[in-house]
Design a protein around this ligand. Structure first.
Ligand SMILES: CC(C)(COP(=O)(O)OP(=O)(O)OC[C@H]1O[C@@H](n2cnc3c(N)ncnc32)[C@H](O)[C@@H]1OP(=O)(O)O)[C@@H](O)C(=O)NCCC(=O)NCCS
Length: 164
């Protein structure tokens, strides 16, 4: 069984992230870099964001190869709450990589980062992401009306959470 591992992101990961994120099937993932250089700029901010406890981001390795990324955004008003985000290369969908990454993230979140509550938000149409939350043991707490803003459009988000 190939192993899923997390490691801190490197600027070197930009090319793979750019390719994965610009796949036409990434319908519900809005953070698409326009160029590899744009992605490098984002990756260079990681260390600062980590030191400021804003975000903690990781690269997902599957059998040693880069297949995606995941991480926490820390609620700046309630720093005991972290929101998980994830994406996986579409050629590896359906192998249970994201739930495995969530399991590893939880160890970091509830352990090292001292979180007490972890949330996963998703677009109501993003059934694959909802399955990841359910399979990872998160409980649905409701639908947050107009929680997301894309340009001038407000959309609903489903909220899943796990607490310790
Ligand atoms: C959501 C995502 C991370 C799931 O990753 P994954 O490693 O494939 O997760 P899983 O293997 O557990 O599969 C989860 C669900 O995806 C769906 N799925 C599986 N294979 C699929 C495929 N080839 N095509 C489309 N959906 C598929 C299934 O509904 C599956 O649930 P099931 O196991 O109950 O059948 C991945 O689909 C992805 O990167 N999507 C685009 C980015 C995104 O939406 N991120 C989340 C934002 S909230």
């Amino acid at each position: 069984m190939p192993k899923v591992e997390l490691r801190h992101q490197k600027v070197f990961d930009a090319k793979r992230f750019f390719e994965i994120l610009n796949s036409p099937n990434f319908t519900y993932f809005t953070a698409k870099p326009k160029t590899i250089e744009d992605e490098k700029v984002i990756l260079r901010q990681n260390f600062k964001k980590q030191c400021a406890n804003l975000e903690h981001n990781f690269t997902i390795l599957y059998d040693g190869a880069i297949v995606g990324a995941c991480g926490f955004k820390i609620d700046q008003h309630r720093p005991h709450i972290g929101e998980i985000g994830y994406f996986v290369d579409e050629t590896h969908w359906g192998k249970g990589i994201a739930p495995e990454a969530v399991k590893l993230l939880e160890q970091i979140g509830f352990g090292k980062l001292g979180l007490v509550r972890i949330e996963i938000w998703m677009n109501p149409l993003n059934k694959a992401s909802e399955r990841v939350a359910i399979k990872s043991g998160y409980l649905k707490e409701g639908v947050m009306k107009k929680a997301q803003k894309n340009g001038d459009v407000y959309t609903d988000e489903i909220l899943y959470a796990k607490v310790i």
